[in-house]
Ligand binder design. Structure first.
Ligand code: SF4
Length: 206
């Protein structure tokens, strides 16, 4: 994690910089990944792999329209797909894969092109969508789902106030990283480095 958290906690969010929801997931995977990506032009940041990911999410949405809500343990709810969300306060925008609207709640759903495995950064990505939905003031967001496409499983994630605070703090850290250009610590999980496209730039990892 970046060493700038104490500084970040004291700064207001910059009014200039906007992040995408996926930036939070990458930052929590490894802060250096965000550092490298911020140094690239936007069209490079939207790499082939990411564009493939966008197409996959669209295809998944088309399939999901034909399914019931059984995988989510629900019997009712109206679904919307590819929902654009943004917050000027948090300076974040993103596109939610699916939103389930029920009488007393709204539920964000994020599709993952993987088998079910609980990754912390995915849970916090979902939490950020919950924060963006909070700002719309529709209905309470108490939970979300990560839908794993390869085995058709939906994992429920209860979105707590503590998780919301953590993500808000994380956004401030990311802002500080972007504004100062400081060199963050890399992930402590070395297994993440081997397949990383930035490995050759991290001299302490090879
Ligand atoms: S090689 Fe490791 S430390 Fe460097 S950016 Fe990738 S994941 Fe982070």
């Amino acid at each position: 994690m970046a060493t700038t958290s104490a500084l970040a906690a004291e700064r207001p969010l910059s009014s200039e910089l906007w992040f995408n929801v996926t930036d939070v997931r990458q930052y929590l995977y490894c802060a250096r990944v965000l550092h490298f990506r911020l140094g690239q032009p936007l069209h490079h940041r939207l790499s082939y792999k990411m564009n493939e990911g966008v197409l996959m999410h669209q295809r998944a949405g088309e399939l999901e329209r034909r399914r019931s809500l059984k995988a989510y343990g629900l019997t009712d709810g109206a679904r919307r797909f590819q929902v654009p969300l943004a917050s000027a306060r948090l300076r974040v925008r993103g596109q939610l894969d699916m939103l389930i609207e029920r009488q007393h709640e709204v539920i964000p759903v994020e599709f993952k092109n993987a088998r079910a495995e609980r990754q912390t950064n995915h849970r916090y990505q979902l939490t950020l969508y919950a924060l963006l939905l909070d700002e719309l003031g529709l209905k309470p967001v108490r939970r979300g789902f990560l839908f794993y496409l390869l085995d058709g499983r939906a994992d429920e994630v209860v979105v707590t106030e503590g998780m919301r605070r953590f993500v808000t703090r994380t956004l401030r850290e990311m802002q500080t990283l972007a504004l100062t250009g400081s060199w963050p610590e890399g992930t402590r999980r070395l297994g993440r480095c081997r397949p990383c496209e930035y490995l050759r730039f991290c001299n302490d990892r090879w």
